[in-house]
Design a protein around this ligand. Structure first.
Ligand SMILES: Nc1ncnc2c1ncn2[C@@H]1O[C@H](COP(=O)(O)OP(=O)(O)O)[C@@H](O)[C@H]1O
Ligand SMILES: [Mg+2]
Length: 369
């Protein structure tokens, strides 16, 4: 009998909690049954952003956000169940990623922190919750990220072809699946996070550059582009992962001084940074992919997708839709599947990707009773 899991994902962009209800059979094959995305209201997002950027965490505010984010997840789950016409009893478990407020795998005491109280989520939904997927990989010496390559392998591994799957979330990450079952993966750098932050600073009521309207009105500024590409993360070798800690406006602003650039020119140049760093990252793979499949919110950015098509030719650029999985739901489905892995005591990390010393079962579980 297939089991049902709900995967909950909210990435670096902090745009929404994406909830995917999937059926997973005994072989680990995943079928999307229903999905629902609950936008994170501006007020909650600015509080999450503030705590992500404050050097000294304020314990009370962190605890309040732990609860507030958990309640937001509860709303997403309840709306999803209504949409799917299912009751909590029919769900084996929720697999909740939580909201990352810090990711410092290279700190002197490496750590990653996701919030969204799982106990509260379990009690308020009546469903067991599997959570805290990243810490065990860090405990085993890994980066705790990216975790989706194992899922990409499960659903996309192609026969005799080498393919790359590129997730364009706040941060971009690539998974390479080789023709003999090899898997590699790492973060390539910012996808949407800088694009969003730059827009939010100029237009506090906008959360992103819809359809790249601002970027299209600007021109790539080569001196700025070259400076941005100097960021040491880009030339680091894998395993590597990153987040808002490294790619934020505090990094960008000093590079804009004395340059008198328009808002649109900076936006256009940031799109180019994403396009070029993904292209350069692909060059480091052991074998060039025959086909490239994109997923994540960045697939809705037409300018970014045009640039990929131009820069990555002759490799074919598609979205994961061509492999039968809606690009908006890949990550939430991946965490649902990691929940299934936990339930069946199967390792969810890919040591070649994260740098962990060995495979480990990811997550912890809180029962709803
Ligand atoms: N129509 C669009 N035009 C441009 N960018 C878009 C569009 N729709 C979504 N995005 C981008 O996708 C982001 C969300 O992507 P997502 O995959 O959810 O990221 P994360 O995993 O970090 O939450 C938004 O913040 C925005 O930058
Ligand atoms: Mg998102």
């Amino acid at each position: 009998m297939p089991q049902r899991f709900i995967g909950l994902m909210s990435g670096t962009s902090m745009d929404a909690v994406d909830a995917a209800l999937v059926q997973i059979n005994a072989q680990g094959q995943v079928k999307l049954e229903a999905c629902y995305s609950l936008a994170i209201p501006q007020n909650l997002r600015s509080r999450l952003l503030k705590i992500s950027h404050t050097d000294n965490w304020i314990a009370d505010e962190l605890a309040a956000l732990d609860v507030a984010f958990s309640e937001h997840c509860t709303q997403a789950v309840k709306a999803l169940l209504v949409k799917a016409r299912l009751t909590p009893e029919s769900i084996t478990a929720i697999a909740s990623h939580g909201q990352t407020v810090r990711h410092k795998p290279n700190f002197k005491t490496p750590y990653t922190c996701q919030i969204g109280d799982p106990a509260r989520l379990a009690v308020s939904t009546g469903i067991d919750v599997i959570y805290d997927f990243r810490r065990k990989d860090i405990a085993a010496g890994g980066q705790g990220a990216p975790l989706v390559p194992a899922f990409h392998k499960q659903v996309f591994a192609h026969q005799k072809q080498s393919i790359a799957v590129i997730n364009l979330g706040g941060i971009a990450n690539v998974t390479w699946l080789g023709p003999e079952g090899q898997v590699l993966g790492f973060d390539t750098g910012p996808a949407n996070t800088l694009l969003d932050q730059w827009v939010q600073q100029h237009y506090p009521n906008e959360s992103f550059d819809r359809d790249a309207q601002f970027a299209r009105a600007g021109e790539v500024q080569t001196p700025l582009l070259e400076q941005l590409l100097q960021h040491p993360f880009f030339s680091k070798t894998a395993p590597k992962s990153t987040g808002r800690e490294e790619f934020n406006l505090d990094w960008l602003k000093p590079l804009l001084e004395k340059k008198q650039l328009s808002f649109e020119d900076v936006q256009r140049t940031l799109v180019e940074v994403t396009a070029i760093t993904v292209k350069d990252a692909l060059k480091t793979l052991p074998q060039q992919p025959d086909a490239i499949y994109f997923c994540g919110g960045g697939t809705n950015n037409p300018l970014l997708m045009e640039r990929f098509a131009e820069l990555l030719t002759p490799a074919k650029c598609n979205t994961t839709e061509n492999l039968g999985v809606d690009p908006q739901w890949v990550e939430a489905m991946a965490f649902a599947w990691l929940g299934w892995c936990y339930e069946h005591k199967k390792p969810g990390n890919q040591p070649e990707v994260t740098g962990a010393s060995h495979p480990v079962v990811l997550g912890s579980k809180v029962l709803h009773q």
